[in-house]
Design a protein around this ligand. Structure first.
Ligand code: FES
Length: 100
């Protein structure tokens, strides 16, 4: 094993977990589309080298989803919709400068 500094300044984890029919889960509320929209927005801003959007498994707050968590800020976005994508990316951009 080796270790190194995390290669991104911000990480957005988007839960895409799917539970059986009838159980609350993020995937049933468009979280995969939200993840793709976040990735697309970050890329369009030239910030892919600094902000990583990662699909995650269950974050254990299923009923409040779709859930997105921003690190290292420690911010949890619950009940996210596609309309929130720009705001979440704006928050993730705080203090960062565009990639060269
Ligand atoms: S299914 Fe997303 S938090 Fe559990």
């Amino acid at each position: 094993m080796r270790h190194a500094p995390v290669p991104f300044q911000r990480m957005l984890f988007v839960c895409i977990n799917r539970r059986p029919e009838g159980e609350a889960c993020c995937a049933a509320r468009e979280s995969e589309q939200i993840a793709e929209a976040l990735k697309s927005k970050v890329k369009s801003l030239g910030m892919s080298g600094k902000i990583r959007v990662s699909k995650s498994g269950c974050q254990d707050v299923c009923a409040q989803g779709p859930n997105v968590m921003l690190f290292p800020d420690g911010r949890w976005y619950a009940g996210v919709t596609l309309a929130d994508v720009d705001q979440i990316v704006q928050d993730a951009l705080a203090g960062l400068t565009p990639s060269a």
